[in-house]
Design a protein around this ligand. Structure first.
Ligand code: FAD
Length: 267
C-alpha cells in the first residue's frame, strides 16, 4: 500500500506471508486483470477466462479449511480482497460472493454430503455460486421476506423474486433464502435441475441509458420499467438545457447520476 495513504500504518502490522499474499494477488490484478477490464466494462461482461487463474491463486473460499480451500487467515483474505477491489469492485464481489456468501454457509451449516459435493469444485472455480437474499419489495431485510418455501411430500416448492444478485446470471448454484413454516431457511438450488433459477443481467438498463438523447420524456421512458434505477427529474434549466436528477435507487444511484449528467452535458 502506498505510504501516502496508509495513515494508520497498517502495513507495519503485516507479516511477511501476508505481504506475499497481497503482492501475489496485486501482481495478478496488474498483469492479468487491468489490461482487459476496460474492454469488459465497455461490453458489460465479466472476464470468465480468468476464473481458473483465480482458482489457482486460491482465492475462492480462501479463509476456509479443508475441502480444497486454501485455509489462509482472515487477514490474508482481506488483503487479497483489497487488491481485487483495486482492480474492480465486480472482481472482488465475484470472489467474495463465491467464498464468503456461498462456500462459507455450506462449510458451516451444510451436511457432510453437501460439503463434499460442492466445496472442492467451488474452490476450483468449476461451480460458481450466488446468494439470493435481497428482494424487490423488502431489500435485504429478512423480516419482510416474501419468498416462500413449502413442503410438498419430499420436495420443497420455492416461490419468489430476488434482486441485486451478484453472479446470478452465471451461477451454477444459488443459496436462496426463503420463509418456511420453520422460519427463514437457506436452500441450495442447482441450476439446470427441476429447481431451476434464472437471472437478467443488469447491464441492459445502463447501456440503453447511455445512448438516450436528452429529453425529459425520453429519459423518463428510458428508466420506465427499468426497476434497477429510478430517476426523478427535479427541475429543468431551459437556458442551459440542463436537467437535474435525483437518483433514488441505492448502489447504482451515483452511476445513474453520472450517466444522466453526461447525456445532458452532451447536447
Ligand atoms: C452491486 C451490488 C451487489 C449485490 N449483491 C447481492 C447479492 O449477491 N445477494 C443479495 O442478496 N443482495 C445483494 N445486493 C443487495 C445488497 O445486499 C442490499 O442492497 C444492501 O444490503 C442494502 O439493503 P437494502 O437494499 O434493503 O437497503 P436498505 O437496508 O433499505 O438501506 C437503504 C438506505 O437506508 C439506510 N438504512 C437502512 N436501515 C437503516 C436504519 N435502521 N437506520 C438508518 N438508516 C438506515 C441505509 O444506510 C441505506 O442508505 C447487492 C447490491 C449491490 C448494489
Amino acid at each position: 500500500m502506498p505510504e501516502l495513504v496508509d495513515f494508520y500504518r497498517v502495513d507495519d502490522l503485516l507479516n511477511e506471508e501476508e505481504r506475499l499474499v497481497r503482492s501475489t494477488i496485486g501482481r495478478f490484478v496488474d498483469e492479468r486483470f487491468l489490461p482487459i477490464v476496460a474492454e469488459h466494462y465497455e461490453r458489460a461482461t465479466f472476464p470468465t477466462e480468468i476464473v481458473p487463474e483465480l482458482a489457482r491463486l486460491g482465492v475462492f473460499g480462501m479463509h476456509l479449511k479443508g475441502y480444497g480451500a486454501a485455509g489462509m487467515s482472515n487477514v490474508m483474505y482481506g488483503l487479497a480482497c483489497q487488491e481485487l477491489e483495486r482492480g474492480d469492485s465486480g472482481l472482488r464481489s465475484f470472489v467474495s460472493v463465491q467464498g464468503s456468501l456461498c462456500m462459507f454457509p455450506i462449510h458451516r451449516y451444510g451436511s457432510e454430503e453437501q460439503k463434499e459435493r460442492w466445496l472442492p469444485r467451488m474452490a476450483k472455480g468449476e461451480v460458481i455460486g450466488c446468494f439470493g437474499l435481497t428482494e424487490p419489495e423488502f431489500g435485504s431485510n429478512p423480516a419482510g421476506m416474501a419468498t416462500r418455501a413449502r413442503r410438498d411430500g419430499d420436495d420443497w416448492i420455492i416461490n419468489g423474486t430476488k434482486r441485486w444478485i451478484t453472479n446470478g446470471n452465471v451461477a451454477d448454484l444459488a443459496i436462496v433464502w426463503a420463509r418456511s413454516e420453520q422460519g427463514i431457511r437457506g436452500f441450495l438450488v442447482e441450476k439446470g435441475t427441476n429447481a431451476d433459477f434464472g437471472a437478467r443481467p443488469l447491464r441492459r438498463a445502463i447501456e440503453q441509458n447511455v445512448e438516450d438523447p436528452l429529453s425529459e420524456d425520453i429519459l423518463r421512458g428510458a428508466f420506465k420499467g427499468k426497476d434497477l434505477i429510478k430517476i426523478t427529474v427535479k427541475s429543468e434549466d431551459e437556458k442551459n438545457k440542463h436537467l437535474f436528477f435525483e437518483a433514488v435507487a441505492s448502489g447504482q444511484g451515483e452511476e445513474a447520476k453520472q450517466l444522466a449528467k453526461a447525456s445532458s452535458d452532451a447536447t
